[in-house]
Write a protein that binds this ligand. Structure first.
Ligand code: FES
Length: 250
């Protein structure tokens, strides 16, 4: 397989998702091989490491493509807008080095304390939170790790697909049931996660406790892990407490 393009098309992304998902389903060793073929390790030490979230280009006709390669700013989003970004990614000559960093969905939630839930006993790094929260501007933004807890496809947020997300949820889903917004959706096999509900769960592969966006439709072993966030001059930065939270894709 050839190296992935520096600018992904929708077809590239879905094909990579399906290959990564199939590889993960075939076992960890095979999965690791396929993943390394998708994302050549020779490229991983090149370039500048960026601790801000940076927009990644994706399919045609998504609002954030015009920001690709730029820092995510908390003022970029309307209520319920989301975007694909990368944290801790490497950039060379201004271009993302494919496969580096943590892919993330950045989502501005409707700021309504009646429905947002997040645990208060998380050992957060100094200055970071599970959600960027600014009551004065009515902003609340979360960053959710973008690898499915089923077979590691790349879910997305409000990107049109030929297949609509099912609404027979397995758990309360206020994002749809209260606000009429579809949750995070993985078109590979239909998994869905609600970014309004951050909760503790256990990764059955590693036994590690972690916090993530509630799984409201299977398949998958549980929530999508959350990344910690803070803003500095409105640029959104990320952090992790324990990389094990995110290491289930081989
Ligand atoms: S890989 Fe199957 S639902 Fe995500």
């Amino acid at each position: 397989m050839s190296a992935p393009p520096s600018k992904w098309t929708r077809r590239d992304w879905i094909r990579a998702s399906l290959i990564a998902g199939a590889a993960a389903g075939a076992g960890a060793v095979v999965g690791a091989t396929a993943y390394s073929q998708l994302f050549p390790p020779t490229s991983r030490s090149e370039g500048e490491l960026r601790q801000s979230f940076v927009y990644l280009s994706f399919p045609e006709d998504v609002w954030w493509n015009r920001f690709a390669g730029q820092d995510v700013r908390v003022t970029d989003f309307q209520d319920w807008q989301g975007a694909l970004a990368v944290w801790n990614g490497r950039f060379k000559d201004g271009n993302w080095v494919s496969g580096t960093g943590y892919p993330a969905l950045i989502i501005r939630l409707k700021r309504d304390d009646r429905y947002f839930q997040a645990p208060t006993d998380v050992p957060l790094p100094a200055g970071y939170s599970l959600a960027f929260d600014d009551p004065s501007r009515d902003l609340r933004i979360v960053a959710i790790f973008n690898r499915s807890t089923h077979l590691c496809c790349y879910p997305d947020w409000h990107v049109p697909h030929a297949i609509a997300p099912a609404r027979d949820y397995i758990a309360p889903c206020p994002t749809y049931e209260v606000f009429g917004q579809d949750p995070i959706f993985d078109v590979c096999h239909g998994g869905q996660w609600d970014p309004l509900i951050l909760e503790w769960a256990v990764n059955p592969q590693s036994g590690t406790r972690y916090v993530g966006a509630r799984m409201v439709h299977g398949p998958g072993f549980g929530p999508l892990p959350a990344l910690f966030v803070r803003a500095e001059q409105d640029v959104l930065y990320g952090e992790v407490f324990d990389p094990v939270w995110y290491s289930y894709c081989g």
